[in-house]
Design a binder for this molecule. Sequence first.
Ligand SMILES: [Cu+2]
Length: 132
Amino acid sequence: MNSFRPLARFFSLLTAGAALAFLPLAARAGDAPSAAQSGSHVTVTGEVLDMACYLDHGAHGAKHADCANKCISSGLPVGLKSADGTVYLLIGEHKPINDELANSGGKTITVEGKLVSRDGINLLENVEVSKS
Ligand SMILES: [Cu+2]
């Protein structure tokens, strides 16, 4: 029986190592909105994104503002990237909010709205711009 102990210790170390390896992943997941937060009223400050160009080639910021405003005006999805890196899609109350944000591409604004998250996608709905 004693001869199995080192093997058992090896496996318990392996298990502990595996658990530690997943810790950073768990910590990163904690930065994104949690399921518990889904449905809550939140205030988020961040950069207005034209989601088409941002997802396609990471375009954002002042350099991309003209294109972002064109894309947002044309009805392409508009988003917000908060300081912690979380990206949210933005809509009004069952309607687009693009017209209101048509000149805000690349700018930092503060919005309030209802946060919902599903399948890894974050949406702020019933959005009201509180500071632009
Ligand atoms: Cu664009």
